[in-house]
Write a protein that binds this ligand. Sequence first.
Ligand SMILES: *[C@@H]1O[C@H](CO)[C@@H](O)[C@H](O)[C@H]1NC(C)=O
Length: 130
Amino acid sequence: MNFTSLILFYVAALVSIVAAAPMRLSTRDVFVPPVLTPDAATTWTVNSTVTVTWDVSDPPAQITNKLGSIRLRKADRALPLVLADGFDILLGQIDVTVPWVVAGTDYSIVLFGDSGNWSPDFSIVGGPEF
Ligand SMILES: *[C@@H]1O[C@H](CO)[C@@H](O)[C@H](O)[C@H]1NC(C)=O
């Protein structure tokens, strides 16, 4: 191989890597089901049972992690509070008990399955003011 053909070989190899990249991305099965409730208009009351729902209308054929988990966040921080865990992510809804936390308007939940998904901020009332 002379110098020119070596360069051409590397250029061809690089082009094939770049060309292959979009295909690899489109074949990935990342399921990020949007959280439907709670939404921005939601108010939860501490100690009550509420239903978290998410959209399962468009799941990929293969889901690498079928088990979901729901965590509570306040402002931009994850709290060490697990509301539900180990359920089938394709259920689309699950009842949880609102933990006894301080009242606030900046709570949100994170739904983990294949990938995390956040709800908008919503309110929790009934607990002590901070
Ligand atoms: C929530 O539950 C805790 C623990 O059982 C209780 O002490 C508290 O008074 C309850 N708060 C409300 C608003 O029901």
